[in-house]
Design a protein around this ligand. Sequence first.
Ligand code: 8YV
Length: 324
Amino acid sequence: RMSRPLVLMPGPMNRSVQEGLAEGFEVIRLWEAENPDALLAERARDIVGAAVGGTTVDAAFLDQFPKLQIVSSFGVGYDKIDATAAAERGVVVTNTPGVLDDEVADTALGLLLMTARELPQAERYLRAGKWHERPYPLTPATLKGRRMGILGLGRIGEAIAHRAAAFGISVAYHNRRRKDVDFPYYESLVELARDVDILTIVIPGGDGTRQLVNAEVLAALGPDGILINVARGTVVDEAALVDALRSRTILAAGLDVFEHEPDVHPGLLELDNAVLLPHVGSASVPTRDAMGRLVVENLVSWFGTGVPVTPVQESADLVRRLGG
Ligand code: 8YV
């Protein structure tokens, strides 16, 4: 029987990854090793695949493993992985798109409802026993008649747009390039922000989108404006957001992601017009299991047929060249 491909797991991942890899692979569970450095010194040259979730994969990481062929990453966002450096070294990177679209879109709509109608604040009011004194104050905001701008209309953005339509909320979007969709396209993010009163961020993180949502965009969103972020905290200038919420430049924000997770800007924690979630957008058992299965499928498919299931864009040329 041929020896099984050796796959590195730097840290613990969803149980579906561990279970799925058990059969066809030999797995190094690095976080359980008594002496990780010694283990790597011994086995690094035999490692051909990696299954990662949250590990930073940069040039220095990649250069430890001369025979590495594929990095299968858990999550749709892969801003912690230098996919270009990987491609330069002939290493394919895969992520887990598609299987989490509905879950993340649901979270975005949940945040919007919570934020506009102050649902978390109202719940805290009830639990504090204040209902006996008087009813919870009427919320100044409503979802009725609102327009949503989507920053990053991809798979998740479209799932959000369909949900928004069911709520009677119209949708427009800003991407780098216009897409073949019916929603109005804005070449300028500031102009989009000016024309809507909900701005929903679903664009990938990383250097290309850092602090795209800055003080100018928030000012354009305006005093009725609600900011929703289920993408990456790095897309927002968090200090500018705190200022905008404090000075009521915008009405409110619903955030699932932060610049320095799990640290949350102390200014946000003080503000009542911010609804804050601990990055739970995709965090249900069924969705995380599906993501984990896709991590495994990419490795199985790569080592079985030489074709990854869901390579990232930066790996596309490499996959073509390798015959995939
Ligand atoms: C996960 C995510 O929290 O898919 C993503 O990009 O942000 C989330 O689904 C994360 O990837 C888990 O490591």
